[in-house]
Design a protein around this ligand. Structure first.
Ligand SMILES: [Zn+2]
Ligand SMILES: [Zn+2]
Length: 81
């Protein structure tokens, strides 16, 4: 399976699978750190860094941010209290 650079630990170990419980959601998880986070499939936007339409919104219980799957830019990072 193709891996991406993890937005947390920056290792090339970030992979995804379709969620079994939540349709329209993709689950991203990292093989190198405990990060597990959800992506709403309907929500892809143009990235302000690389111009590709590969910026998605990732969210978990703890945090949420925009992440670009092409250039790995993390924007609008917010910790959920
Ligand atoms: Zn990681
Ligand atoms: Zn980008």
């Amino acid at each position: 399976m193709v891996t991406q650079i993890c937005p947390k630990c920056k290792k090339d170990a970030f992979t995804w699978h379709e969620s079994d419980v939540l349709s329209n959601f993709t689950v991203w998880s990292c093989n190198a750190c405990p990060l597990q986070i959800f992506e709403d499939d309907s929500d892809e936007e143009p990235c302000e860094h690389c111009g590709e339409v590969t910026k998605t919104f990732l969210q978990s219980q703890e945090e949420q941010f925009n992440w670009c799957a092409n250039c790995n830019a993390v924007t609008n990072y917010q910790k959920n209290e």
